[in-house]
Design a protein around this ligand. Structure first.
Ligand code: 13P
Ligand code: SF4
Length: 314
């Protein structure tokens, strides 16, 4: 009797399934290191949206949170889009339900708002907006908004406040926030700066103003790569979700990258991003589920502001 073939290692199984399905694996910078390491592309929301739109694969496996996978489906509806855990949500998305935004816009119809949505929102919210932004292009796109209309910015009040500081453009802000980034405090970042007095600080714009003011650079996760690579110092305090450290340590091996702490923890994890695992990634490739599906009327209405963003951010 011949011995059974050894079970394929999970990573090999994923790569074999990926080939069999003609799939592409896209992963956000906050995914666990093992997922980032099997992905075809790892990046921020903007880079991921471009890759999702341009791929010729039959299946997009989106390792990130639900609104990101939904964005992939909106811009490339002919593809099968799956994600490892369909419950991987986002506190920003939850803070702005589409019916609430619709009611607000109706109640304030006389203002004739130009509505700008941070990409961290549902397809239903995107469908109600004029243009979408990510943290990587928000300032550029807000600068292109019609000068004769008031702007409503949803759903992140912190990113919105940062964009106002950068562009000088006044906006009315929806009161949403990222539950991970608001955990960093002035005190927690001051303490780590005292420990590493030579360090530079890079922070995500979803942080509060008190934290942003302590940063040498405020930028999207992708722009953090360039900042850290070119920084003239070795120690860099990275004030964002912990997964970023994996990507950064690969791209900038000569730097001492220090996770920004909160008052409670040495680093900050997004519980939604961390719902995805290598096993669930294997399973979604094998089963082609859970899939992202949506009503075509909502999808096509959400596509217009996303395409406007991709065009305006070139
Ligand atoms: P980036 O687009 O900068 O990667 O940000 C996405 C996100 O969810 C930050 O919390
Ligand atoms: Fe949403 Fe914050 Fe998690 Fe990003 S880190 S996916 S904004 S909850």
């Amino acid at each position: 009797m011949t011995a059974a073939a050894p079970a394929l290692d999970l990573k090999e199984e994923i790569l074999a399934l990926k080939q069999a399905r003609n799939a592409v694996i896209l992963a956000h910078n906050y995914q666990t290191g093992d997922i980032q390491d099997v992905a075809d592309y790892v990046g921020d929301s903007l880079g991921l949206a471009y890759h999702a739109k341009e791929t010729s694969a039959d299946v997009i496996v989106f390792c990130g949170v639900h609104f990101m996978a939904e964005t992939a489906k909106i811009v490339n509806p002919g593809k099968i889009v799956v994600l490892p855990d369909a419950d991987a949500g986002c506190s920003l998305e939850q803070s702005c339900p589409a019916p609430d935004l619709e009611a607000f816009l109706k109640a304030n119809a006389e203002k004739n708002y130009y509505v700008i949505a941070y990409i961290n929102c549902s397809a239903g919210v995107k469908a109600l907006c004029d243009v979408i932004v990510t943290s990587g292009n928000a300032c550029k796109i807000v600068n292109k908004a019609p000068a004769d209309r008031p702007i409503l910015f949803v759903p992140d009040e912190n990113l919105g406040a940062w964009v106002m500081e950068q562009t000088g453009r006044k906006m009315d802000l929806w009161k949403g926030n990222c539950y991970v980034h608001v955990e960093f405090t002035r005190e927690s970042i001051r303490r780590i700066k005292d420990e590493y007095p030579e360090a530079l600080v890079v922070a995500h714009p979803e942080c509060t103003q008190a934290v942003r003011l302590l940063a040498d650079e405020v930028c999207s996760t992708e722009k953090m790569i360039g900042f850290c690579r070119n920084a003239p110092v070795k120690d860099i305090i990275v004030v964002t979700e912990s997964g970023m450290l994996h990507r950064l340590s690969k791209e900038c091996p000569d730097k001492n990258l220090i996770a920004g702490p909160t008052d409670r923890c040495a680093c900050a994890d997004c519980r939604y991003m961390k719902m995805n695992t290598l096993q669930k990634l294997r399973d979604c490739l094998a089963n082609l589920a859970p899939r992202v599906e949506m009503d075509e009327a909502v999808r096509s209405r959400a596509e217009a502001p996303l395409l406007r963003m991709l065009e305006q951010s070139k």
